[in-house]
Design a protein around this ligand. Structure first.
Ligand code: BES
Ligand code: ZN
Length: 619
């Protein structure tokens, strides 16, 4: 070998080494105090007692450590945790540690001194009743009404309020857990457990998560739950009152799993179960591994809102398998997932449904762009120093999907599917940044020479506000038809009697109602309500849009139903806009304040916090 080749070989080895080392570990996460490049956690063994009377979890968290820098301390994130003691082993001496003052967004830094040779630590701790990642629901907030319910919501940075951890998606760990509950209740976690499916008469549940997960996927629910299988590797946890309805709603789950598997590779998590939460759950769904947590507001009775299942399932690839490295890269989780969700819906229910939902999503994006400040409209925004929960707008979801949709349209499905499959396979079990995506895009698709990608400026998508000119705007004939009806009917060109509402799907209703003017005359509201019983409609999404319209139009016949809806449901997307609309009314502030006063104790801290800021006029 000549010298030139030897130099090339050495250069190549250095490059590969640097690029391997720079993966994950060196990515700085502005939303965590942890320094995983010095000491990182590898495995968690959790032992929890659930005390509903005190609204407290008491626990032992045993972390095994990877001490890359043997002189460094261990740094964990905590928020409002009472640390009782920290030891290397159960009967050993206490390890010295310090907890920094609490930051309202980030909590505290817990710094633990590590003597030589110590490779695991055991933290004895208690949570606070107002832990931001837990909701302790009273019996009145459940379907059965006679037992309490507890659930966690760790994403984005709330795991630290119930488990001392390196609360950053750059860090992955496996976990096992033992959870002790009242034997009348059942415990479920984001991990495989035979116990959860059968129930335990002694109330002691064991869990094993053998796949490495980031902390935001740590999850726990405890309640009067029952389980019903719905497929070879799927089932539903719900209160007995809702179990049958939920099982019927989710029968297509196995078909959905297979639809993704055939395109992007095998499902990696063993089982895929769904858990129906009380209506106060602030989100639609949460992709906790092995068991998706879902709001009961998607139980429409006609499978019309199961795109949420498609979405949370898709996260098993985009998010849980290939994870955003920081919350700035959130679009890699949500944009990819929203894109895959659309493909699942199309596979299962046909292209018309796919087009329809993609177009609805695009319209939501346009509406959101009017509200969100320009810097936060970038796919790669800067949330350093701010609460990552504030980055949860339609932008990462729908602008992200639009970018991928554009790639699909330009490259053709086959080429793009291969690209996506490669992305999931090559990055499996890794945390990835937007820069990783750009590098992958350049390597695999060669945009400089690829004619199909001519004029597509990835930098514009990532770093500029708004939607790039080059975007492919989704169209849906079915939606266009509804928009047309909406215009004709509201302008008096068409009579209420001539609307074929009996044949309309949920999506038809959403399109029709969304495109009506802000306000309608009471006469039209009354006619439509009489024809289609909208005020009594049980579909939570349709009811939401109808109530918005009713508030703006001053259609007081829907007031009582609106107020009941607002106090029963805590899903942020469904209640916050209703409060906003009420606040715009002449006497709105008084009505909104009274409603919030009554409903507040039933809301999750996340929804309550958003509403408090609304009522104070902050946002
Ligand atoms: N992972 C999100 C929920 C989330 C994001 C919670 C960020 C906290 C911080 C979940 O997958 C999601 O996107 N849920 C949506 C439903 C979906 C169908 C768009 C929701 O809850 O509205
Ligand atoms: Zn999502």
């Amino acid at each position: 070998m000549n010298v030139r080749w030897l130099i090339r070989l050495i250069y190549f080895i250095i490059c590969v080494t640097v690029s391997i080392q720079s993966r994950g570990a060196t990515v700085a996460d502005p939303h965590s105090y942890a320094q995983p490049s010095k000491v990182s956690v590898k495995h968690l063994d959790l032992d929890l007692k659930v005390d509903f009377s005190q609204k407290v979890l008491e626990g032992l968290a045993t972390w095994s450590l990877d001490r890359k820098d043997t002189t460094a301390k261990l740094i964990l994130d905590v928020r409002g945790l009472e640390i009782i003691d920290i030891k290397a082993v159960a009967d050993g001496p206490a390890l010295s540690h310090r907890i920094s003052p609490n930051d309202p967004i980030f909590g505290s830094k817990l710094e633990v001194d590590l003597p030589a040779g110590v490779n695991s630590i055991r933290i004895h701790y208690r949570t606070k009743p107002d832990a931001s990642g837990l909701q302790w629901v009273g019996p009145e907030g459940t379907a059965g009404g006679n037992q309490p319910f507890l659930y966690s919501q760790s994403q984005a940075i709330h795991a630290r309020s119930w488990v001392p951890c390196q609360d950053s998606p750059t860090v992955r760990f496996t976990y096992s857990a033992k959870v002790q509950v009242d034997p009348a209740l059942r415990a479920v976690m984001s991990a495989v457990s035979e116990d959860s499916r059968t129930g335990k008469s002694d109330g002691v549940y064991q869990f094993e998560q053998a796949k490495p997960i980031p902390s935001y996927l740590l999850a726990l629910a405890v309640g009067r739950l029952d389980f019903k299988p719905i497929g070879p590797r799927s089932g539903v946890y719900a209160e007995p009152e809702t179990l049958q309805k939920a099982a019927a709603e989710f029968v297509d789950t196995e078909a959905m799993i297979q639809a993704v598997e055939k395109r992007y590779g095998p499902y990696a998590w063993g089982r895929y179960d769904l858990l129906v939460l009380p209506p106060s759950f602030p989100f639609g769904g949460m992709e906790n591994p092995v068991v998706t947590f879902a709001t009961p507001t998607i139980l429409a009775g006609d499978k019309s809102l199961v795109s949420l299942v498609a979405h949370e399932l898709a996260h098993s690839w985009s998010g849980n398998l290939v994870t955003n490295a920081t919350w700035h890269d959130f679009w890699l989780n949500e944009g990819f997932t929203t894109y895959v969700e659309g493909r699942i819906m199309e596979d299962l229910f046909g292209p018309e449904r796919g087009d329809f939902e993609r177009r609805l999503g695009y319209e939501e994006l346009l509406a959101e762009l009017k509200e969100v400040p320009a810097p936060d409209q970038r796919l790669l925004p800067d949330f350093a120093g701010r609460d990552p929960d504030d980055g949860v707008t339609r932008i990462p979801y729908e602008k992200g999907r639009l970018l991928l949709y554009q790639l699909e349209m330009r490259l053709g499905r086959e080429t793009f599917d291969t690209f996506m499959r490669g992305w999931f396979t090559d990055n499996a079990w890794k945390s990835v940044t937007t820069a990783d995506f750009v590098a992958y895009y350049q390597t695999k698709l060669k945009p400089e020479t690829n004619v199909a990608l001519k004029g597509l400026d990835l930098g514009e998508w990532l770093n500029k506000p708004g939607v790039p000119e080059s975007a492919v705007v989704p169209v849906s004939e079915r939606l266009t038809k509804q928009v047309d009806l909406s215009r004709k009917w509201s302008s008096g060109e068409m009579k209420t009697d001539d609307l074929m509402t009996a044949e309309w799907s949920t999506q038809d209703w959403l399109a029709f109602l969304n495109h009506l003017p802000e306000k309608l005359p009471i006469s039209l509201m009354t006619e439509l309500d009489k024809k289609a019983q909208l005020t009594d409609k049980s579909n939570a999404e349709v009811a939401h849009v109808w109530f918005l319209l009713a508030i703006r139009s001053g259609y007081t016949a829907a007031d009582a139903a609106t107020d009941a809806y607002i106090s029963r449901i805590g899903r942020r997307k469904l209640v916050v806009p209703l409060y906003k609309a009420i606040l715009m009314l002449p006497n709105g502030k008084a009505r909104a304040t009274a409603l919030f006063g009554k409903a507040r104790s039933g809301y999750h801290p996340i929804t309550a916090g958003t509403l408090e800021r609304q009522l104070q006029g902050d946002r």
